[in-house]
Design a binder for this molecule. Structure first.
Ligand SMILES: Nc1ncnc2c1ncn2[C@@H]1O[C@H](COP(=O)(O)OP(=O)(O)OP(=O)(O)O)[C@@H](O)[C@H]1O
Ligand SMILES: [Mg+2]
Length: 539
């Protein structure tokens, strides 16, 4: 018989867990699932932090990523940047305390949001190799190096071997060893991640040393910093019940009524009066810290029932059409492309966002496959490449429903890259791992419209290209007949075969005015290699 236990006995084992303990057991939630993905996640967390930090300090980012294989499925990762670094006092909290950072209390469009990324990587290093991470922070005369790890039970940092350094290094360098990770040269690998980061951040320069020692540099193609996004207040229509509660409990306002006016955009005392009229069960005089879940539910209902002025979209900073063009040219060097930047829209009634889309054809666009090429989709959220979980993403969803044939595009066989970036202060990620954008209807629709607009701009080019290929095929076949015909005629008439052939070729060429002279000559000489380039600009 099973042993019976009463509540007292069972609850003797009751324990509170720290957030760090929680993530230690649920590391897949932070993106540490497959080995290939785990390595990308580490690099992603460090690189996005470097970009955020450099931009915050007004510095054009120079980032170096170095991967070294140190055992089976075991790698050393070092990411260093030229940003502002971290002061001594904060290094432990910043890199080894979950939910601690300079960003999450600010409602501003940055890549990092929650204060989980860096500590998550420290935790992952620790649970797979048992080793702390090594940090160098070059901030002038107080530069230092140290080892940092995490006390998961307490969710607090352990900082050891603190040493002052004076080697002239400026920025932050983080070095750590990870097991259960693997480097792969695929569309889900670190190289691809960095290439796409360079695409959406043309103002940064990234040097990558892969595990074989090969060095790649993604050069900076734009020298101006991106426009800085301003902190904004959240719009009430973008709130869910738990968001409202979180804001209320963190608030220092005296009453719920003043909390609304002080915390949210477009919320005047008149608006609060309207809310009071509808949410009659809520005491607007009490402290926001005392707001209950039923209060918040009632308030959210009231918020949805009244009219609001649309949110201010100036807080949303897209990459910009020209920058995307420059970056695509720099990295994919396509034969042709079209870039579209749409106007700001809102989802959930209150969160502004901007979609940018581009379709690029030829050059290094698309994927090289064994028998030619195929199309590829480049997904970004606030300039951060999304490599995993494509099936759960609004971008994939929006693109899937497009009838590509209408634009003469075949995603299965053509060298096409479709680029989509969503910018917003609040990206609705579908999970903590931030690998996909949730399928909000308004977002999907806007993505679809943006990509269709971009595709319209390349369709005449692609049609022209098909036509040119078709013509040159016909031309080649006819030429083969000319050769044979010249031979037969020469036999029958005794005329010079070569002269007959040249004359026939001249006659045939007049029927193919689209194929340029150089190409025809190339065809004659059988140099089909030269053809590609000529046809390329025959729009
Ligand atoms: N390279 C860096 N240079 C300067 N400060 C940094 C750097 N990396 C991290 N930090 C500081 O450490 C904090 C914590 O980083 P962490 O990645 O854990 O959180 P986050 O970037 O704020 O949010 P997210 O969880 O979304 O990544 C940052 O908010 C920042 O203040
Ligand atoms: Mg981060």
């Amino acid at each position: 018989m099973a042993e019976s236990r009463n509540a007292d006995e069972i609850f003797r084992e009751f324990k509170e867990h720290s957030i760090a303990e929680f993530f230690k057991k649920n590391r897949q939630m932070l993106g540490y699932s497959s080995m290939v993905r785990s390595l990308v996640t580490v690099v992603h967390e460090y690189v996005t932090n470097s970009l955020d930090a450099a931009e915050d300090a007004g510095i054009l980012p120079d980032i170096e990523v170095w991967l070294k294989e140190i055992g089976e499925n075991k790698y050393m990762v070092r990411v260093s940047d030229n940003g502002p670094g971290i002061p001594k006092k904060f290094v432990g909290k910043a890199l080894a305390t979950v939910l601690a950072g300079t960003k999450f209390h600010r409602y501003v469009q940055q890549r990092g949001q929650q204060g989980i990324g860096a500590a998550g990587a420290t935790l992952f290093a620790q649970i797979t190799t048992g080793k702390p991470i090594f940090v160098k922070s070059g901030i002038g005369k107080d530069s230092f190096s140290c080892h940092v790890s995490l006390d998961t039970m307490k969710n607090s940092a352990i900082v050891k071997d603190m040493e002052n350094i004076d080697d002239g290094f400026r920025g932050l360098s983080v070095e750590a060893e990870f097991a259960d990770v693997k480097y792969e040269q695929s569309e889900h690998g670190v190289y691809e991640y960095l290439k796409r980061t360079a695409l959406s951040n043309p103002h940064c320069q990234i040097k990558f040393i892969d595990p074989s020692g090969k060095e790649s540099i993604f050069m900076r193609s734009v020298k101006e910093m991106p426009q800085k996004s301003k902190p904004t207040q959240p719009h009430p229509l973008g709130l869910a019940v738990n968001d409202l509660l979180e804001f209320a409990h963190a608030s220092t306002s005296r009453k719920i009524s003043s909390f609304f006016v002080e915390t949210f955009a477009r919320t005047t005392s008149n608006k609060v009066a309207e809310l009071k009229d509808i949410a009659r069960g809520v005491d607007f005089e009490k402290s926001p810290k005392e707001m209950t879940w039923p209060d918040a539910e009632e308030l959210i209902k009231a918020i949805k029932a009244i009219k609001w002025i649309a949110p201010d979209a100036t807080s949303v900073i897209p990459i910009g059409e020209e920058r995307i063009k420059t970056a695509l040219k720099n990295i994919l060097d396509p034969e042709f492309m079209n870039v579209v930047e749409r106007k700001p829209r809102v989802f959930r009634g209150g969160v502004p966002f901007v979609i940018e889309a581009a379709v690029a054809y030829g050059g290094k666009a698309g994927y090289k496959t064994e028998d030619g090429s195929s199309g590829s989709i480049l997904r970004f959220a606030n300039r951060v490449p999304l490599l995993f979980d494509a099936g759960n993403c609004a971008i994939t969803e929006g693109i899937k429903t497009i009838e590509w044939r209408r634009y003469a595009i075949d995603m299965e066989t053509q060298p096409v890259s479709v680029f989509v970036n969503m910018s917003s202060v609040h990206i609705p990620y579908s999970g903590v791992g931030k690998e996909a954008i949730a399928k909000e209807d308004e977002v999907i629709e806007e993505i679809k419209l943006a990509v269709m607009e971009a595709a319209r701009g390349v369709q005449s080019f692609i049609r022209g290209k098909h036509q040119a290929n078709f013509e040159s095929g016909k031309y080649k076949t006819t030429m083969r007949y000319a050769k044979q015909l010249a031979k037969d005629l020469a036999e029958m008439t005794g005329e010079n075969e070569k002269a007959l052939e040249t004359n026939l070729e001249k006659i045939i060429a007049t029927h193919y005015p689209h194929l340029k002279k150089a190409e025809i000559n190339a065809e004659r000489k059988g140099e089909s290699a030269a053809r590609e380039e000529e046809v390329g600009d025959a729009e």
